[in-house]
Write a protein that binds this ligand. Sequence first.
Ligand code: ZN
Length: 340
Amino acid sequence: MSAVTLCGRTRIVLIRLSPTILQTPSRHVQYHTGKTTISPPRGRSRQIRIGNIDIVPWTTAGIESCVVVSLSIGQSKKLHMAFDMGYACQQSVKCNHVFISHGHMDHCSAIHQHASKRSLIGRPSAKYYLGSELVTPMKTIRENLNKISEFPFQADLTVAKPKDFIKLPGPYHVVPFKTIHRVPSMGFLVYKTNTHIKEEFSTCSNTVLKQLELRGEQVYYQTVTPELAYTGDTTFEVFSQPPIADLLKVKVLITECTYISTTKNVNEALTRERGHIHLHEIIRNPHIFADIEAVMLLHFSERYTAENIQDTIHTLCPVELKQKLYSACVYKEETCIVSY
Ligand SMILES: [Zn+2]
């Protein structure tokens, strides 16, 4: 045996942009301290925890996008969902709920790959939430794939539109919102419903609380908080004129940032024309993101290296935004080659 290179298909680079380096697991991945708790990624998954939300971002503009988000639903149970399915990465297979932002291939072409992978391991079809314009073409694709496949599979396609209320397991629900792109598109807001005991009953035992409830007393009250938003592809207008106010109040915002510089003939006007966001638009408007706890930028153009992205953001980003900023990009293709 003369040489071994062992690694995953692709690496994801996650960069937390804040002053102090917490640890540097490899020369390409850096984690920094900040007010949000950060867990280092595990294995090939390159998962990161922001607050109590686990995120596996896997996106490159025009190539493939899939963001896996896992939330606790109590008693060590997790709710796994994916935003976009341009590549059915290993971590996405466990997702029972998949939200498709629009019909560009890098965001939806792996729906059937995802459905097929789940079918092969005996999992029921995930629910795929997508715009009405995509349902018939996707059904036709599935029918054709099933004609040539030895193992037919199902895909539960469900129409979603802005302002829908999509109930998820546990205390969570999703509301799609309109975004601005070259084709019909939407983003998704994840809400959490929290149940609290009213102040006047806060010292009561569980037994007493049950008795009070049986007597018809309103013991509890609920609050709903916007936890996370995923925009998919959009222009910056989604932030300057938000279609839903909660978009700018979420704990974690995951948004595209396709272009980061004005070199290589991409300026802000051209970015908008292509239906995308330029980094300059974000860094010029830190006040817009003032109420958001963490902002993850991804879906960078393949023309930029991880170092390009990190250096550009470090140099240009104002401190108040940098403190809450993460960037994630797929780093490079790697494979396992062994010669004997
Ligand atoms: Zn697109």
